[in-house]
Design a protein around this ligand. Structure first.
Ligand code: CP
Ligand code: NVA
Length: 351
């Protein structure tokens, strides 16, 4: 089992899917940059297989216990983790932490050393990103970030799975994010760099993604051939792009800024006029929940280019693949199924 503390560089040599299966077992997902490009490719590859052949993985995580602690509201993330683990043979326990932040009643260290005696995996949705990294440091079982103020890596996995469904190989394609340089933007930028897509982010001044995450995305892009640019002009950002993504202007925890933000983000609304600058085949993406006719118009959200409900569906498949990898669910029957489907796919490609 790989050390939980291994660095990106130490793992960068891993490139075969079987190596990824070994290297990911027992690991955490706090940031999407915790995984190498080849590890992300392996998770996405498995996600497509699991989506196409769910019955073959029906008992791959038999009796595993998923425990979720959420400090913030959720529809998709909670329910896709529950449906994912239930249909892999395990069960989920949900703990509502919206009334008291993690670490308040009991230290994270003590919680971790209790939880690792009962549970197989912890899934945390928090305000502070450090809550997730601290829990990951203390717990001997995998810890998954289900959204923090800094990142939303599970969302990004589902989103790039969705793009692969539409376009196949993503290398060299162009991904555009318009709006707030927030948690979702950070994970998308990092994942796009990992899959070799060029990225343009357009935000209002003072709402750019964090400089250290832009620098990290650029350092990944130097290896994968992806260019990352951060600008203020939404029209320039979407021109000829393959995918236009937006998120709400006011994330959870920033509600007190909603009135101030509304006029600042108005020029960044994704509407039909803005979408007309993208490539004709471009898709529109949103992590949801959307504030209809604020950051995106009904016409775009419900229009023919929108893939938002595919993204929502793929949360479940991507998280199944993620848990299969982190919980070693590909050790037995799951591994046979995954290998057989990889073989079938190769044979199909050679026809
Ligand atoms: N996209 C997403 O994470 O949705 P929820 O907040 O409903 O979980
Ligand atoms: N950026 C949003 C994403 C919700 C899924 C938030 O953090 O509230």
């Amino acid at each position: 089992m790989a050390s939980k503390a291994a660095t990106y560089q130490e793992r960068a040599g891993v490139n075969a899917p079987d190596s990824a299966i070994q290297s990911l077992a027992g690991r955490d997902l706090c940031s999407i940059a915790d995984f190498t490009a080849s590890e992300i490719a392996a998770v996405l590859d498995l996600a497509h297989t699991v989506k196409a052949h769910p019955g073959d993985f029906r008992w791959a995580l038999d009796a595993k216990q998923l425990v979720m602690f959420f400090e913030k509201a959720s529809l998709r993330t909670r329910l896709t983790f529950e449906t994912a683990i239930n249909t892999l043979g395990g069960s989920a326990i949900f703990v509502d932490q919206t009334q008291s932040p993690l670490g308040e009643r009991e230290s994270l260290y003590d919680m971790a050393h209790n939880l690792e005696r009962w549970a197989s995996v912890l899934v945390l949705r928090t305000y502070a990103h450090d809550t997730i990294t601290d829990m990951a440091q203390y717990a001997s079982i995998p810890v998954i970030n289900a959204l923090s103020d800094l990142e939303h890596p599970c969302q990004a996995l589902a989103d790039f799975m969705t793009l692969q469904e539409r376009f196949g190989s993503l290398k060299g394609m162009h991904f555009t994010y318009v709006g707030d340089g927030n948690n979702v933007c950070h994970s998308l930028m990092l994942t796009a760099a990992q899959v070799g897509m060029h990225v343009t982010v357009a935000t209002p001044r003072n709402y750019a993604p964090k400089a250290e995450l832009v620098a990290l995305a650029r350092s990944i892009g130097n290896i994968t051939g992806s260019n990352i640019s951060v600008i203020n002009d939404p029209v320039a950002a979407v021109t000829d792009t393959d995918a236009v993504y937006t998120d709400i202007c006011t994330s959870m925890g920033f509600e007190h800024e909603a009135t101030k933000r509304a006029p600042i983000f108005k020029p960044y609304q994704v509407n039909e006029e803005l979408m007309a600058h993208a490539a004709p085949h471009a898709v529109f993406m949103h992590c949801l929940p959307a504030h209809r006719n604020a950051e995106v118009t009904d016409a775009v959200l419900d229009g023919p280019q929108s893939v938002v409900f595919d993204q929502a569906e793929n949360r479940m498949h991507a998280q199944k693949a993620l848990m299969l990898m982190l919980l070693g669910g590909l050790a037995g029957k799951g591994k046979e199924a995954a290998s057989q489907h990889r073989l079938d796919a190769r044979k199909e490609a050679l026809k």
